[in-house]
Design a protein around this ligand. Structure first.
Ligand code: AMP
Ligand code: GLY
Length: 426
């Protein structure tokens, strides 16, 4: 069958790479894709739901995978479900109502409270209860987490070390439009002290499977310092997420989340990404996302031995219970190469060299573009180099060897991906 992937980052390259391994995959399209997806798919530019829909009809698309959150939050899945000619086409991703778990932090907090899913205590602030919100801040322990309700390109969470800072942040978001509409509502949240991991659930709305666990490294600098980024590297599996911990995750978080979606009559056929803090051995939800993570996908999909097309179709047909997830043993790691200056301003159009010297690793492209027979940088996160190993150290050594082999002006990467987990292992 012909398949369309929406998105153009490292996550979507990893999806393309994995889907292409299936005998069921004929022609693969990616919109907009990048210089990496070109080698296994045709890149197309589709703007707007109507354009996506007519492309699917014209090209006999039998499966659509939605990579990023934006089209989901904007209702691309609802558009397919409600359009007569498109409703038969399997599309993987939740409806707009389900995507609200990521699109509104107030909604997701309310959902967790309603279904008794462990999470940080929070106050839901808005323009009308601001005085009460300020009183709430004064009664909180430091640090205080201030979160804009809506999508804010990964920048909407501010960790404040003083009451003054928290109050100023609240005012900036509510009154000064710091994040535009996304900050019309704000969550004031208790700070969770622990170690984070990403848990990915694939659900067809009735059944679910937990995919391999992963850990992301969000800050720009070694030792988790500096500003937040989209993600600078990832490892799978997460060594501290042992069977006992994952049982708590499943019983306390995954099951009630899927049951809650059913009870709310929310049509959710897709990936649910649960950001979890391990606080003294207990899992608490930091956030939900309605999609796979990036760069986590670049370590999760390589460790999945199942035929991904089969799993995606089972998600649509609500037959996931007929499948078992098969995880490749050992480790997969990825190191993200970024453009100098990222996550602030960075240059584009730098020629990338050395890709032909990458052995024993998979370079998943993110911000790359083909130009004049060259591959050039076109984004902040440029390439995620993923590698397998029997041990975490083996995988990291291969990822880092590949990271060194690829070059472009201003190349930067973190040198400590996975190091915290190695320390736990010792
Ligand atoms: P988000 O944009 O929701 O992914 O949040 C960004 C990052 O902020 C998370 O990955 C956490 O590292 C951190 N964070 C968010 N909420 C909390 C919290 N309640 N306690 C501690 N850290 C948090
Ligand atoms: N890596 C975190 C995210 O995809 O949101």
């Amino acid at each position: 069958m012909n398949i369309l992937i929406l998105g153009g980052g490292g996550r979507e390259h990893a999806f393309a790479w994995k889907l292409k391994q299936s005998a069921l995959c004929e022609k693969l399209y990616v919109s907009p894709g990048n210089a990496g997806t070109v080698s296994m798919a045709e890149n197309v530019i589709l703007n707007g739901f109507e354009n996506i829909g007519s492309f699917c009809l014209d090209h006999s698309i039998g499966l659509v995978i939605v990579g990023p959150e934006e089209p989901l939050v904007n209702g691309v899945v609802d558009y397919f479900y409600h359009t007569d000619l498109l409703k038969h086409i399997p599309i993987v991703g939740p409806t707009k109502a389900g995507a609200l778990l990521e699109g509104s932090k107030e909604f997701s907090k309310g959902f967790m409270e309603q279904y008794h899913i462990p999470t940080a205590k929070a106050f839901k602030a808005n323009k009308y209860n601001k005085a009460e919100a300020i009183e709430y801040i004064k009664a909180m322990n430091l640090p205080i987490v201030v979160k804009a309700d809506g999508l804010a390109a990964g920048k909407g969470v501010v960790i404040c070390n003083s009451y003054e800072e928290a109050e100023a942040e609240l005012t900036d978001m509510l009154d000064n439009d710091k994040f535009g509409e996304a900050g019309n509502k704000v969550l004031l949240e208790e700070f969770l002290d622990g170690i984070e991991l990403s848990v990915f659930v694939l659900t067809d709305g009735k059944h679910y499977h937990i995919l391999p666990t992963a850990k992301d490294y969000k800050r720009i600098g070694d030792g988790d310092t500096g500003p937040n980024t989209g993600g600078m590297g990832a490892v799978s599996p997460v060594t501290f997420a042992d069977a006992a911990f994952m049982q708590k995750v499943e019983e306390q978080i995954v099951k009630p989340s899927i049951d809650g979606l059913l009870k709310e009559n929310i049509d959710y056929k897709g990936f649910l990404f649960v950001g979890i803090m391990n606080v003294n051995g207990n899992p608490l939800v930091i956030e939900y996302n309605c999609r796979m993570g990036d760069p986590e996908t670049e370590v999760v999909l390589p460790r999945l031995e199942n035929d991904l097309v089969e799993l995606m179709l089972a998600t649509h047909h609500q037959t996931l219970h007929e499948h078992t997830i098969i995880e490749r043993p050992g480790f997969c790691t990825t190191v993200v190469l970024t453009s100098g200056g990222y996550p602030g301003n960075y240059d584009k159009g730098k020629t990338i060299t050395g890709l032909q010297n990458v052995v024993d690793a998979i370079p998943f492209h993110a911000g790359t573009i083909n130009k004049n027979d060259n591959i050039e940088t076109s984004g902040g996160r440029v390439i995620a180099v993923s590698a397998f190993g029997d041990t975490l150290n083996d995988a990291l050594a291969k990822s880092y060897k590949a990271a060194a082999a690829i070059d472009f002006e201003g190349k930067y990467y973190r040198k400590d991906i996975g190091q915290d987990l190695l320390n736990i292992l010792l």
